[in-house]
Ligand binder design. Structure first.
Ligand SMILES: C[S@@+](CC[C@H](N)C(=O)[O-])C[C@H]1O[C@@H](n2cnc3c(N)ncnc32)[C@H](O)[C@@H]1O
Ligand code: SF4
Length: 451
């Protein structure tokens, strides 16, 4: 049997599974975690430790049809400036709740489109952040950049604030694909943004591109990848396009009959992957590529690669705090999410409260299963000795868990005395294999294709 027919037999082309940027996944969060719990977890942060911050900016100038992010369109700066005021108030709440001496391991501005912020707001917001905690000496400050929504003044403001890593949204360069997904973006605009970012002195440039877009063919994605390679990104995220029009209403503008079939999605991924690998990038986890000297590649080799809500990371901070509407925080004790709607978020912060509405406190086997899933997603293997040592699980119970999963996937999983691993040819199954270790109600868990 060919590898592809084996993948088909195991249901790869029908499966819809979570992307496992957390475990349990966000649909399992409940109102049991509210502001009180969030504050108690903040209070447990060690003084002088490193934490990471995520700042969510849920506004865009343009609303691309393909986009599944929760974001609202605005033609004026007024709502964005008002939102920055709320973020500053939330930062003030955070400052009084944090212990002394905390520094920032990572600071990430995402969205939406953080580059929508006027230059003065960028300076204002970054000053408010650094009044809460300064960057650690080796800290990274990254920003998601829409190449269509950046100019010299905003770029200068970001550079002055200390941005040292930028992530540009590309998706695909093909004009017909861009028209169908409602996102016009010439190669020239993207190149100008990349050149300006490099000239501003950033340490690392990331780019997001998508496979599985309408009208995409292996030839078209190869052409887009080749264009992207001329920009010399240090890191690339090659995400599978998630078509979820029941959640992202704008996607109804994209005719479903223009979408590639799941089998074709795998060929599109492979066409792009082969070019990145041929050009010297290392494959990182299920959907990233990085130059060998890049932090992600170094972390992967050292077994330090981690996965969080922003995807793969080499961040080792034990706490990630999300600020802004819908942002999610992760603590050693569990997850906490802010009110998803901007108005509920703003109302809570104006009343002097954190807007936490739901989350999950780790219990039972959560942390053990979370580690197994993260290990699979990052390293394609689970170390049995590590799991029995860190979670007090008996070797017999772990063997039993492993063999149940291995029965499901046959020789697409390797089991030996050291643990469980996924061979290269079975890597497209990784999210499905991870799902087998998920103890929560899977009907609720995820909606995007496994490949
Ligand atoms: C939150 S967006 C911010 C990017 C920035 N606003 C821009 O337009 O360049 C970050 C990334 O999410 C990815 N994304 C958005 N919608 C997606 C979808 N439906 N499926 C997969 N990835 C998606 C895109 O690759 C996008 O670059
Ligand atoms: S891709 Fe970027 S600019 Fe387009 S709607 Fe999504 S967040 Fe906004």
């Amino acid at each position: 049997m060919t590898a592809e027919s084996q993948l088909a037999r195991l249901g790869l082309f029908e499966a819809r599974v979570p992307r496992y940027t957390s475990y349990p996944t966000a649909p399992h969060f409940t109102p049991a975690v509210g502001e009180g719990t969030f504050r108690s977890w903040l209070g447990a942060i060690a003084p002088e430790s490193q934490i990471s911050l995520y700042i969510h900016v849920p506004f865009c100038r343009r609303l691309c049809w393909f986009c599944a992010c929760r974001t609202q369109g605005t033609t004026t700066d007024d709502p964005v400036i008002a939102y920055v005021e709320t973020l500053k108030s939330e930062l003030d709440l955070l400052r009084t709740a944090l212990p002394g001496g905390v520094t920032l391991s990572r600071l990430h501005w995402g969205g939406g489109t953080p580059t929508l912020l006027p230059a003065a707001s960028i300076a204002d917001l970054s000053a408010a952040i650094f009044a809460v905690a300064p960057m650690a000496p080796d800290g990274e400050f990254s920003v998601e950049i829409d190449p269509n929504e950046i100019d010299e003044s905003r770029l200068d403001a970001l550079a002055r604030a200390g941005m040292n890593r930028a992530s540009i949204g590309v998706q695909d360069f093909d004009p017909m694909i861009q028209k169908t997904i409602g996102r016009d973006q010439s190669f020239e605009i993207t190149k100008l943004a990349a050149d300006r970012l490099r000239a501003s002195g950033i340490r690392s440039l990331n780019a997001d591109i998508l496979f599985g877009l309408p009208h995409q063919t292996p030839e078209r994605i190869s052409e887009s990848v080749q264009k992207l390679l001329t920009l010399g990104p240090d890191r690339i995220a090659l995400y599978g396009y998630a078509h979820v029009p029941w959640m992202a209403r704008r996607q109804t503008m994209i005719p479903s009959d223009s979408l590639p079939r799941p089998e074709e999605r795998l060929s599109l991924f492979e066409a792009a992957r082969d070019l990145f690998v041929w050009d010297g990038y290392e494959e990182i986890g299920i959907d990233h590529f990085a130059r060998p000297e890049d932090g992600l590649a170094v972390a992967q080799k050292a077994g330090r690669l981690r996965r969080n809500f922003q995807g793969y990371t080499d961040d080792t901070a034990p706490v990630l705090i999300g600020l802004g509407a819908s942002a999610i925080s992760r603590f050693p004790q569990g997850y906490a999410q802010n009110a998803p709607g901007t108005s509920a978020y703003v109302k809570a912060v104006r009343e002097g409260r954190f807007s936490t509405v739901r989350g999950h406190a780790f219990a039972g086997e959560d942390l053990m299963r979370a580690r197994i899933i993260e290990s699979l997603m990052c390293d394609f293997r689970v170390d049995a000795a590590e799991i029995t040592r860190d979670f007090g699980m008996s070797k017999a119970a772990l063997d039993d868990l492993f063999s149940r999963v291995s029965n499901e996937f046959g020789d697409m999983i390797r089991l030996d005395a050291t643990g469980l691993s996924i061979p290269v040819e079975a890597r497209p199954l990784t999210r499905m294999i991870a799902r087998s270790f998920d103890a929560y109600d899977l009907a609720k868990a995820g909606h995007s294709y496994a490949v």
